[in-house]
Design a protein around this ligand. Structure first.
Ligand code: GTP
Length: 302
């Protein structure tokens, strides 16, 4: 508590009012009250005391109880998740007394909690190693993206990508080098899929997923293959890989054409199957498939 904040009953107006009451009482008493009959004196005294008590109660209501109710109401709204009145009324926070100090500290606490919550939320959506989104971020973004694609009647493409022989890489170069390799690959993903609507996440391990909205099937494949080529061109040595002497990746892409209600789970399963086919065909390759209905996937190797 800073020294500049005065106690409520030491505030100048309060001191002046008390002084005024006492003076008027004494003056009134001196001028004529002392000569009044005693019943009148008692009644005058009672009136004076009642006025003082009434004034005191009004001040307590105005200075303490009303602001406390406002503070409690503010806390209740925050607790109920009502974010429409996040800022506390300035008449509370600008007061130069204990109530103002309490309101300001309360407001700081709420702001700190909001910042902390936002950080926690972000941490829960971001993969700490690559700083790409994680599976939870994908779910969150899908909640917004899918209804939009239905409304706009546009294509949805899912790309699944996985590092080739990453176990061998880890085994021979060590886990920290494996981590650094994943960070480098994430950089290429970020550089390749730059549109605001692109969703790029690390699903876990050495598996990444990209969701593209309103991108024709050929374009989705072209981007995925460009990304594969860029990772190969980075030339990260992988001398124990049976596929190439540098780190390579495989990618399966599946596109759902406009007019089809994209079933993301079916699309992910289909992209995963395309990725598996890449591995079967020798890795370091990109395969695309077109989904003609949520249930049916037509093979369309490019
Ligand atoms: N460095 C590092 N390695 C990881 C991480 N997550 C998973 N891995 C490793 O990634 C490797 C994945 O190996 P596999 O699933 O067998 O796949 P692969 O060796 O890449 O073989 P193919 O995918 O068939 O080419 C495992 O050795 C995991 O330990 C991580 O965060 N960092």
């Amino acid at each position: 508590m800073q020294g500049k904040h005065t106690l409520i009953f030491k505030r100048p107006w309060a001191r002046l009012s008390v002084l005024a009451f006492m003076l008027s009482g004494l003056v009134g008493w001196g001028v004529g009250g002392a000569h009044w009959p005693w019943p009148i004196q008692v009644i005058a005294l009672l009136v004076l005391v009642s006025l003082a008590a009434g004034w005191l109660l009004l001040r307590i209501e105005h200075d303490l109880l009303h602001p406390m109710r406002r503070l409690a109401e503010h806390a209740r709204r925050l607790h109920d998740g009502d974010n429409t009145h996040l800022m506390m009324a300035t008449y509370l926070t600008e007061r130069d007394d204990e109530v103002g100090e309490l309101a300001r500290q309360f407001q700081h606490l709420v702001e700190d909690l909001k910042t902390h919550n936002a950080q926690l939320l972000e941490q829960s959506l971001i993969d700490p190693l690559t700083k790409l989104g994680n599976r939870r971020m994908l779910e969150n973004r899908l909640d917004v993206a899918l209804p939009l694609t239905r409304r706009l009647d546009c294509t949805v493409s899912v790309l699944m990508m996985d590092v080739d022989h990453f176990k061998l890489y880890n085994d021979y170069y060590g886990h920290p080098a494996g981590d650094e390799c994943l960070v480098q690959i994430s950089g290429v993903l970020r550089d390749t899929f730059r549109r605001d609507s692109d969703i790029v996440v690390r699903l876990g391990g050495e598996e990444f997923l990209v969701l593209l909205i309103d991108t024709p099937s050929e374009e989705a494949w072209r981007l995925a293959d460009a990304m594969r080529g860029m990772i190969q061109a980075m030339g990260m040595p992988h001398e124990y890989s049976p596929t190439a002497d540098v780190v390579t990746v495989s990618a399966g892409v599946v596109t759902s054409p406009p007019g089809i209600d994209a079933d993301i789970d079916a699309m992910i399963a289909c992209a995963d199957a395309a990725l598996y086919a890449c591995k079967e065909q020798g890795r370091n390759t990109t395969l695309a498939r077109m989904l003609s209905s949520p249930a049916e996937a037509l093979a369309a190797d490019v």
